[in-house]
Design a protein around this ligand. Structure first.
Ligand code: COA
Length: 137
């Protein structure tokens, strides 16, 4: 983290991994310039899969979105940072908590938590059936 991000006027999570950063494009917005919830859900699903992918060391599938909260709207020009933390490792599944922060208005920098969610991923085999997670290093 460089000195510019150290001065952000918000407490970013220190117990979570920064797994993805993305900026929405005009095609992701409605007529008012707000970003579609479905686009944000897709980004959260992608970001949420990063840590389970490492744990499963192979193919995974999203089995459940246990919770999804849109706290604040996302607007064109926002830079989104997606953080994830593993909440539970089961026999075949991994549950993660994801938080999304939007960095906006560079002239008077503002960082707000816009979304949080909890998702579960299952390790699957070549037939798409659940498989036990491999031993962790
Ligand atoms: C993922 C899939 C292979 C799981 O198969 P399944 O027969 O339902 O799995 P099981 O009942 O054996 O459960 C497997 C694991 O998922 C967990 N799980 C199942 N349903 C769950 C739910 N609704 N919420 C949280 N965890 C769930 C189980 O607890 C189990 O975890 P564990 O082994 O760590 O204890 C199957 O449901 C599937 O293919 N779903 C479609 C996935 C997909 O296409 N996702 C993309 C979005 S369209």
């Amino acid at each position: 983290m460089n000195s510019a991000t150290n001065t952000l006027p918000v407490t970013l999570p220190t117990d979570m991994d920064l797994v993805m950063r993305v900026m929405p494009m005009p095609s992701d917005a409605n007529g008012n310039g707000d970003i579609f919830g479905g686009w944000i859900m897709a980004q959260v699903d992608l970001a949420g899969s990063v840590l389970p992918n490492r744990i499963a060391k192979g193919r995974i599938a999203t089995v459940a979105v246990n919770q999804f909260i849109f706290k604040q709207p996302v607007s064109m020009g926002d830079l989104l940072s997606l953080y994830a933390r593993v909440e539970r490792i089961g026999r075949t599944s991994v549950t993660v908590h994801v938080e999304v922060y939007a960095e906006r208005n560079p002239a008077k920098l503002e960082v707000v938590k816009v979304t949080e969610a909890s998702l579960t991923y299952v390790a699957i085999d070549d037939e798409g059936k659940p498989r036990p997670l491999p031993p962790q290093d």
